[in-house]
Ligand binder design. Structure first.
Ligand code: ZN
Length: 326
């Protein structure tokens, strides 16, 4: 009790550093970027200042920027030159992600971990994460699973170190694990987007990945922002199906979920600081209302405190620079 106990005693100078409970390091960071097969030059994403779509020919340059700053991993999204109802451009050996992965792995080998986002929505002309029944406007779960398996195998064949399925189809981890194992990729880990919410904070990403949808939204397969017990059930299934790493997406509005998932499962956990979180801080900073660097640092440190092991952030390069100076 006060006055015997005074919490302020430990809040001075170097002592404060000594008793710090959580830290952010460059090894926590994963740099996501978009490889765009429809362009020859870098295209800036208007709603995400500082973020670009990279032409396929510059995929290695994008990865190098992260690598040179000591960031251990990149997460690749593809924007294909053709889209159709079945997402056929998602799994060809020479499609955009496969070609980008091959080029990046040829350059960096084991020194850079390449994670691939694994979904259909960037490759379908309707923008949904699976096969659509156009009579019912329903995304048909079970018809989608074998295609996810096929995409996973094509990514692994190209050299992806980790595949990260993001479509929130039931049974997707099992389908992907089996497909990988049957094709000799039993050592390829799966990072599941295990608690992915139907969030408004993905808005700017849709500009970046060109993945809006022509009808409905994704709330019939992504999670309801009102729920947290459901995240435990959803994640438990992914763990049972063989997920090696878990994810919570978005980050800052869902730190309670991050905490619960880490406590409950103890598996390596990634948190995705999504495009809307990025855009909010950028916009506030542009208006002079927030210190950009400190705001990103604190937001990401908060994710560590909640239980994250890895943070996927569009600000990864800037954070790596900030951390190098600390
Ligand atoms: Zn998707």
């Amino acid at each position: 009790m006060f006055p015997q106990t005074r919490m302020r005693r430990l809040r001075y100078g170097k002592l404060k550093d000594m008793v710090r409970e959580n830290t952010l390091t460059v090894n926590d960071l994963i740099y996501p970027f978009f490889v765009d097969e429809t362009t020859d030059k870098k295209i800036d994403v208007a709603s995400m200042p500082g973020v670009s779509r990279w032409p396929l020919a510059q995929a290695v340059d994008a990865a190098r920027e992260a690598y040179d700053l000591g960031i251990p991993a990149v997460l690749i999204f593809g924007i294909p030159k053709t889209k159709d109802a079945e997402g056929k451009s998602a799994y060809g050996d020479d499609d955009v992600v496969q070609a980008a992965v091959r080029a990046i792995k040829a350059e960096f080998g084991k020194d850079l971990i390449v994670i691939t986002d694994l979904c259909m929505c960037e490759y379908t002309d309707h923008g949904h994460c699976g096969i659509v029944n156009f009579e019912t406007h329903d995304v048909v779960n079970d018809l989608t699973l074998p295609i996810l398996g096929k995409i996973a195998v094509s990514h692994a064949k190209a050299g992806a170190d980790i595949v990260a399925p993001s479509g929130m189809m039931d049974g997707m981890i099992e389908a992907i694990r089996s497909a990988l194992d049957e094709n000799g990729f039993e050592n390829t880990p799966i990072m599941s987007y295990s608690s992915k919410y139907a969030s408004v904070f993905y808005g700017p990403f849709r500009d970046a990945a060109d993945s809006g949808f022509c009808f409905g939204d994704r709330s019939e397969y992504q999670m309801d922002p009102a729920n947290s017990d459901e995240a435990i059930r959803e994640t438990e299934l992914d763990v049972l199906e063989g997920a090696d790493m878990l994810m919570v997406k978005p980050g800052m509005p869902y730190l309670d979920i991050v905490y619960r998932i880490k406590q409950e499962f103890g598996l390596p956990l990634a948190v995705y600081q999504v495009s809307g979180e990025y855009a909010m801080i950028k916009a506030a900073a542009a208006n002079g209302w927030l210190d950009e660097e400190k705001a990103f640092y604190e937001a990401c440190l908060s994710m560590k405190r909640a239980g994250a092991d890895m943070i996927i952030t569009y600000y990864a390069k800037e954070l790596a620079m900030i951390l190098a100076e600390k």
